[in-house]
Ligand binder design. Structure first.
Ligand SMILES: Nc1ncnc2c1ncn2[C@@H]1O[C@H](COP(=O)(O)OP(=O)(O)OP(=O)(O)O)[C@@H](O)[C@H]1O
Ligand SMILES: [Mg+2]
Length: 379
């Protein structure tokens, strides 16, 4: 199977990254350097440029302190054609362009990248909202329809909550109708997708050498069959609390390792293994859906890992057409190794000492293109 190929990544005013354009070969690119060098920021910028995905509540954090706007650009090969994806960021706003044309996030190709990082353990040990977000983000990527219906459902829940707080019992049948329709569709889609996701995560978990089987199940607050009944049964409670207490926004993706829920009983390392299995399942599911391997971004391959899981990550990186792997030490087997220092990245064979990382004199990111694509105020 072929893969998405990130040819180059340009950044301007992105966190601590110096403005630059970096070129990436096929195969594994290793990026290593000291803590705080900018390795995570580089992967975050690559993920943003490839997928348009980022935490929209923290956009201003992405802009270099002292600057108003930031910009990232990916030149990539996908589905046999070359395209340019650009993201401008500023003042709580984000603007996306593909080949110079403005698009919405949902319009970007959805299978371009998977990002694996140490924080993924939070998926396992954190609250249900994180696991729901993992599932919803993944399903929105394999089905645009799912993403749209989910957004409608979430709007309905917040409007319905406002009506509940206002004691508008008379209006409830209207909200209930859309809740039942949208929520029912979401539950059915999740059930269907989970069958395959469970298989893929189980296989990945076994490949990681885990002797305890991993099982993914939905713990649903209601079912499509009983949703209407549950809604009316809990009407009094909902009015008292001013909140919608049943529906897919209350479901959990339960991860069972061996006989126990991983969130409660797994060891740190077991949790990290489960999180890795979820990410590999994501990679496989996107590959199946789009017929192409996403670019694999692996942050901190050496963090928290024993030799088995470290080898698994490196094998995974070597198994896809293109991967970028960061760490505080060099990743073995890389085609290209970049040395990271103070927000800059240089092929290691060009670095003799850290003086080589002096800022460049000319702005290496094409100035006119950046000007055009900055976030426009009021856009
Ligand atoms: N908006 C911003 N403006 C300027 N600097 C920022 C901004 N956001 C983050 N930074 C800085 O970027 C630096 C690099 O962070 P990053 O997480 O990429 O390092 P890293 O190389 O991944 O380090 P580690 O090995 O510890 O994971 C940090 O020192 C951080 O303070
Ligand atoms: Mg880091």
């Amino acid at each position: 199977m072929g893969g998405v190929h990130l040819e180059s990544l340009s950044t301007l005013n992105y966190r601590n990254l110096a403005p630059d354009t970096l070129h990436f070969p096929a195969g594994v690119t290793g990026v290593y350097g000291e803590n705080g060098a900018g390795k995570t920021n580089l992967l975050e910028a690559a993920y943003l440029a490839l997928t348009g995905l980022t935490d929209v509540n923290r956009l201003e954090q992405l802009v270099q302190s002292g600057e108003k706007e930031a910009y990232v650009r990916a030149d990539l090969q996908q589905g046999g054609s070359l395209s340019v994806q650009e993201v401008g960021l500023g003042r709580g706003r984000r603007q996306l362009k593909v080949d110079g044309v403005r698009v919405k996030t949902g319009d970007l190709p959805r299978g371009s990248a998977v990002w694996i990082r140490p924080e993924d353990s939070e998926l396992v040990f954190g609250p249900p909202a994180g696991r729901r977000a993992y599932l919803d983000a993944l399903l929105s990527r394999i089905s645009a329809r799912y993403g749209e219906q989910l957004a409608r459902y979430e709007r309905t829940v917040s409007q319905r909550n406002a009506a509940l707080k206002g004691g508008e019992e008379w209006a409830m049948h209207v909200w209930d109708d859309s809740l039942l329709k949208l929520g029912g569709e979401i539950m059915l889609f999740r059930r269907r997708a989970l069958t395959r996701l469970d298989e893929l995560a189980g296989e990945a978990n076994a490949a990681l050498g885990s002797r305890k089987p991993l099982k993914l199940t939905l713990t649903e607050s209601t079912t499509p069959e009983h949703y209407a009944r549950d809604l009316s049964a809990r009407r009094g409670e909902e009015l008292a609390r001013g909140a919608t207490v049943t529906g897919p926004h209350r479901d959990d993706l339960t991860l069972t390792l061996g006989d126990f829920a991983a969130s409660e009983y797994a060891s740190r390392g077991e949790g990290r293994t489960v999180a890795l299995a979820l990410r590999r399942a994501e990679l496989e599911l996107l590959s199946e859906k789009f017929g192409e391997k996403p670019v694999l971004l692996i942050d901190d391959f050496s963090a928290e890992l024993d030799p088995t899981r470290r080898a698994f990550l490196l094998d995974l990186a070597a198994s896809v057409p293109q991967a970028i792997v960061t760490g505080t030490e060099r990743a073995p087997g890389a085609v290209l190794t970049l040395r990271a220092h103070a927000g800059r990245f240089m092929p290691e064979d060009q670095v003799t000492d850290l003086e080589d990382f002096r800022p460049l004199e000319a702005d290496p990111v094409e100035a006119d293109r950046v000007e055009v694509d900055r976030v426009e105020a009021g856009a």
